[in-house]
Design a protein. Structure first.
Length: 137
């Protein structure tokens, strides 16, 4: 009975880790820029590998194999965020900007030119310009 529970828990943890890796693969394809792709891959690296290694530890039981898996997990938990941070800094140093900062540069927060993009298009469709909206209460 105990062995069945151990095997079941191991499979649940392994499936959870595999789920994180699949979601990270989809994130690498779907995300718009370098920084969000790095975020998706770092989450998979930490959470997915952590769950899979924990599942392997449960399956192995308390043995030398579990100690080795703990060491591997510790190495991954320490090196993965550092590597992701270094890659992000290198991308920033190379001049790669996040997509959100490009949008913010086009339309500064304090500017008066707020009727750009979708708001201007909707106002034109309704037949009202920006000045007409300012004058009417």
């Amino acid at each position: 009975m105990m062995e069945m529970a151990q095997t079941g828990l191991s499979w649940v943890l392994l499936a959870g880790g595999a789920f994180f890796f699949v979601v990270a693969g989809i994130g690498l394809i779907r995300m718009p820029d370098v920084y969000t792709r790095m975020h998706a891959s770092s989450i998979a690296d930490t959470a997915g590998a952590g769950l899979m290694l924990t599942g392997m530890m449960v399956a192995a039981g308390f043995s030398l194999i579990s100690v080795k898996l703990i060491v591997i997990l510790a190495i991954i938990l320490f090196t993965s965020p550092i590597a992701t941070h270094a890659l992000a800094q290198a991308a920033r140093h190379a001049g790669v900007e996040p997509i959100l900062s490009r949008k913010a540069r086009r339309r500064p927060a304090g500017s008066k030119a707020r009727a750009t993009g979708e708001a201007a298009t909707k106002a034109k469709k309704r037949g009202r310009s920006r000045k007409a909206r300012e004058v009417t209460p």
